[in-house]
Design a protein around this ligand. Sequence first.
Ligand code: DX5
Ligand code: ZN
Length: 224
Amino acid sequence: MRQIHIAPSILAADWCRLGDEVQAIEKAGADWIHVDVMDGHFVPPITVGAQAVQALRPLTTLPLDVHLMVMPVDAHIDAFAKAGASILTVHPEAGPHLHRTLQTIRSFGVKAGVALNPATPLEAILSILPSIDLVLIMSVNPGYGGQAFIPYTLEKVRRLRHLIDERNLPILIEIDGGITPETAPLAIDAGVDVLVSGTAVFGTQGSPSSHAYASAIAGLRDKT
Ligand code: DX5
Ligand code: ZN
């Protein structure tokens, strides 16, 4: 039985209380903390840099899963790795030599991830699978929380799951965008290991956090 990891995205958290929010989701049963880094160029919004990762690092024991929506990305790997990222995920469009970027990430002892936009084919990574620790399938276009899940991105998850199982590769499949209690079972059924969720976890704030977060996180987990 595949173990499902839940990675709440702090994009939808209360940014005035970011440290408390991270500690609340750890207490509520989150497995990873997903940090969305946006540069105002690869995607329109600007969020945070390596300094935020460094500030969060001592506040939690959970892996910091850093999604770099940054282009060009190569010059930033060093700073995010040294700030304490556990996983660094890049988009293939964000640099000229994806394989070299992944090698650089691994050279810091950090797990190397590749994020595939809805329009980016699986073929972009097929020849370099041994250099990848995680594939993030975008189920929305990157840049914003709260968007509607694009169901046919699951086809990519199914193909990748098949490939990984067939070749017995140690690669995790993560899905990001529009994950709710309704879409999570579809993603799990298609073969993901890690569910990123912003709005469906942090959207429950208002009622005192850790209880609401705990039921939101539990509501995304595999029910089978
Ligand atoms: C979008 C980000 C996502 C975002 C998901 O570019 O990569 O991680 O926070 O938010 P929801 O879960 O609200 O779709
Ligand atoms: Zn993300």
